[in-house]
Design a binder for this molecule. Structure first.
Ligand code: ZN
Length: 71
């Protein structure tokens, strides 16, 4: 489910949602207000999404050594 990078809401219907393309990535928005906010300063919101993504990856890596110890 795509996520609105401005308000953090999940966008249910990605086919009908508002969207904007930025640096080859498509972003979905719940309302034209969020879309307008994003287009005023796309760099900020793209950075927020990227930060969140890399935090999740770091969490995944932390769990890996546990499995190694069990073996
Ligand atoms: Zn929104």
């Amino acid at each position: 489910m795509p996520r609105d990078p401005v308000c953090g809401m999940n966008v249910r219907d990605r086919d009908k949602s508002l969207r904007s393309e930025f640096r080859g990535q498509t972003y979905h928005f719940c309302s034209d207000r969020c879309l307008a906010t994003f287009e005023q300063d796309p760099d900020t919101f793209v950075q927020l999404v990227e930060d969140e993504r890399s935090q999740k990856q770091r969490k995944g890596r932390k769990q890996a050594p546990r499995f190694e110890r069990i073996e």
